[in-house]
Design a protein. Structure first.
Length: 285
C-alpha cells in the first residue's frame, strides 16, 4: 500500500556503517568537541586549529605550536636525540615509547631549542600531548633543565608551553624527582633576573601543573584549557562538595588569581613579543 512507502520504519533506514566510513575518508574532516560542527582539517589548520564556529582551541603538536608562535626559520633544536630509559623495567614501556617515537617523529614528549619571537631571541620548550600524553619523565625534566641553562648562558627569556597529563608513572619516583629538579633550575633563572613565561595549554595537569608550569614570572593560558592537579571526581569525593562547572579551566584560574591572562591562540605571538620586548636588558649610560 502507498501508506507503507512512507512508514516510520522506511524513513529511519540507515546507511551501513562500513559504507558511511567510505563517504568521509579518515583524516579529511574533524568534529569540534565543543559545538559539534564539522569542518575540513585543512581549513582548521589554516586557522591554527581554532574552531571558526565557537573558538574552541584544538590541541597542537609541537611542530604546529612552533609554526604559529616563533619567527619563520628561526628555530634551532637542542638536545634532540635524548631518549628515556626504563629504570623500573616497566612492562612494555620501551615498546610503547618506541611506537610513540615512530608515530610522532619525536624522541620525547618535549621539544626544546633557540628561536626568535618578534625579532627577540628566546629559548623555547614545547610539550606534545601526542607522545605518552605529554607525561613528564626523566628526559622531559632533563631537557627542561638544559633549556633553562641555555637561557642563562645566552641571557635570554625562557618560554615553555605545557601540555601534559602529569608525571610518568612508568618511571615512578624518578619522574616525581623532576618536579624538584626543574623547579630548582627555574630558581637559578630567577636569580639571574631572566624572564620565564609559562603558557598552559589543554591539558596541564598532575605533577607538571604542580611544578614548573605554575612557576612563571608570567603565567598565561589558552581559552578553555584544563589546568589542575587531581581529577575533578577525586576532589569532589574528598571534600564532599559539588565543584563549579568551570572548575579547573583557564578562565576559573584567571578569576582566582592563578593566571595573569588567558590569551587566544591568534594573539599569543603578539603577547609573547610584547612581554619579551619590555624585559630586554637596558643599556647602561
Amino acid at each position: 500500500m502507498i501508506r507503507d512507502l512512507f512508514s516510520k520504519k522506511r524513513r529511519q533506514a540507515k546507511i551501513p556503517r562500513d559504507e558511511a566510513k567510505k563517504e568521509v575518508p579518515e583524516g579529511i574532516m574533524a568534529k569540534c568537541p565543543e559545538c559539534k560542527s564539522i569542518c575540513y582539517i585543512k581549513e582548521l589548520r589554516k586557522n591554527d586549529m581554532v574552531c571558526e564556529q565557537c573558538g574552541y582551541h584544538h590541541r597542537l603538536t609541537a611542530g604546529e605550536r612552533l609554526h604559529c608562535t616563533i619567527d619563520e626559520d628561526s628555530f634551532q633544536e637542542i638536545n634532540a636525540g635524548m631518549i628515556s630509559k626504563d629504570p623500573l623495567n616497566f612492562p612494555e614501556y620501551e615498546e610503547k615509547s618506541r611506537e610513540d617515537r615512530e608515530k610522532t617523529g619525536l624522541s620525547e614528549a618535549i621539544v626544546t631549542g633557540t628561536a626568535s619571537i618578534g625579532g627577540y631571541p628566546v629559548v623555547i620548550a614545547v610539550m606534545d600531548a601526542s607522545f605518552r600524553m605529554g607525561s613528564m619523565g626523566s628526559v622531559v625534566g632533563e631537557k627542561i633543565v638544559r633549556a633553562v641553562n641555555r637561557a642563562i648562558e645566552d641571557k635570554t627569556p625562557f618560554i615553555l608551553f605545557s601540555a601534559s597529563g602529569g608525571a610518568r608513572m612508568q618511571e615512578g619516583v624518578v619522574s616525581l624527582m623532576q618536579m624538584a629538579k626543574t623547579s630548582t633550575a627555574l630558581r637559578k633563572l630567577h636569580e639571574e633576573n631572566l624572564l620565564f613565561i609559562s603558557v598552559m595549554t589543554h591539558p596541564t595537569t598532575g605533577g607538571v601543573s604542580a611544578s614548573f608550569a605554575s612557576l612563571g614570572d608570567v603565567n598565561l593560558a589558552e581559552p578553555g584549557a584544563l589546568i589542575g592537579f587531581a581529577g575533578r571526581r577525586i576532589i569532589e569525593q574528598t571534600i564532599r562538595q559539588k565543584l563549579p562547572d568551570n572548575f579547573q579551566t583557564a578562565e576559573f584560574l584567571m578569576e582566582h588569581g592563578q593566571l595573569d591572562q588567558v590569551i587566544h591562540r591568534h594573539h599569543m605571538k603578539k603577547t609573547l613579543t610584547t612581554l619579551t620586548a619590555i624585559h630586554q636588558p637596558q643599556e647602561e649610560d
